[in-house]
Design a protein around this ligand. Structure first.
Ligand code: GDP
Length: 318
């Protein structure tokens, strides 16, 4: 019989710096191993009260915008400052660890043997959803394990990416001149979540127009206490990267100082969402198990179309 690792021991080893156990703990979180909630509840994350260590930076933007090129440079920069870095590459659209993530891995290969770097991809495996819940838990675990910087890279600009960005202290949105106009970005709700805009591939035409459109949009948001800077970069050439890193650091400092109220509010919203995610996910998980167990008849009749999912859901909940 396989030996089932004790979740508390696994978490403790991860917190004490065992990378293999960190990887295993993350899988346990992803797979909702029994006892995860209790083990999570006994962690003592430092970020609960104030921003600081680790800094959590979210990087989002459309596919091909240059996110992984950027993340790679950010890792090098953080390592040069002797910071220990975790990268979580999140792909909500992929049920598996897909090609995009593989490409990321290859691009980040130079860091793979570095003990001060831990790279891990998370995908919306299976039908259980709850990706932002999993990311939040992993961040809390990494926090307790005392890393300096967590970079959460997400693909795309949908709802789950926005939720993931809320977990971050600093949300960086990377766009390119060809990724469409500022209006598109605003529609996707990026303006509300972006702390820093990066117009990457600014070696290409159209960058200045996009910069001006976004700057104007940021200016118009009078309520914002932090005005998101709009920075031009060309990640392949390394141009503008230092500036972005500088802004990420100053935004992090702002979260710890002048912006601590805004930071707490965002974190507070995140905790409420985590709570709701956990409750909702639990109900979903129970139903999922039932469909694969004692309610397999119901599953079959849904599959064949003999049952109507709306009626069945209403009955199931009643
Ligand atoms: P991601 O999908 O957002 O992670 O984007 P990648 O980092 O994989 O970059 C997508 C492609 O754009 C790669 O071929 C990069 O070499 C290229 N790329 C990244 N940054 C720049 C840039 O500043 N200028 C140009 N011209 N190409 C870039």
């Amino acid at each position: 019989m396989a030996v089932v690792a004790n979740i508390d021991d696994t978490f403790t080893a991860a917190i004490n710096g065992d990378r293999r156990m960190l990887a295993r703990s993350i899988s346990m979180i992803e797979n909702r191993v029994d006892g995860t909630l209790r083990a999570m509840a006994s962690l003592a994350p430092k970020r609960k009260k104030s921003a600081g260590s680790p800094r959590v930076v979210g990087i989002t933007g459309p596919p091909g915008a240059g996110k992984s090129t950027f993340v790679n440079l950010m890792i090098s920069e953080a390592r040069a400052r002797d910071q220990r870095v975790v990268v979580l590459a999140v792909d909500p659209s992929s049920p598996f660890t897909g090609g995009a993530i593989l490409a990321d891995r290859i691009r980040m290969e130079q860091h793979i043997l570095d003990e001060g770097v831990f790279i891990r991809s998370l995908s919306s495996r299976g039908h259980l959803g709850g990706l932002s819940r999993a990311v939040g838990q992993v961040v809390d675990l990494i926090d307790a394990a005392g890393w300096d910087l967590v970079i959460v890279e997400t693909v795309g600009v949908g709802q789950s990416e926005l939720a993931v960005c809320e977990i971050a202290d600093t949300a960086v949105v990377i766009l390119t001149p060809e990724s469409g106009d500022a209006v598109q970005a605003m529609k996707a709700g990026l303006l509300e979540i972006a702390d820093i805009f990066v117009i990457n591939k600014s070696d290409r035409a159209g960058a200045d127009v996009l910069v001006r459109e976004l700057e104007l949009a940021v200016e118009l948001d009078e309520a914002a206490t932090w005005k998101a800077p709009v920075l031009k970069a060309s990640a392949v050439k390394g141009d503008g990267v230092a500036d972005v890193v500088k802004q990420i650091i100053s935004h992090g400092d702002w979260c710890e100082g002048e912006g601590s109220f805004e930071w707490s509010e965002r974190q507070g919203r995140g905790r409420v969402r985590t709570f709701l995610d956990l409750i909702g996910e639990d109900a979903r998980f129970t139903a999922f198990q039932a469909l694969n167990g004692e309610r397999s008849e119901l599953k079959r009749s849904l599959e064949t179309g003999d049952s109507n999912p709306y009626r069945m859901a209403a009955e199931y909940k009643a």
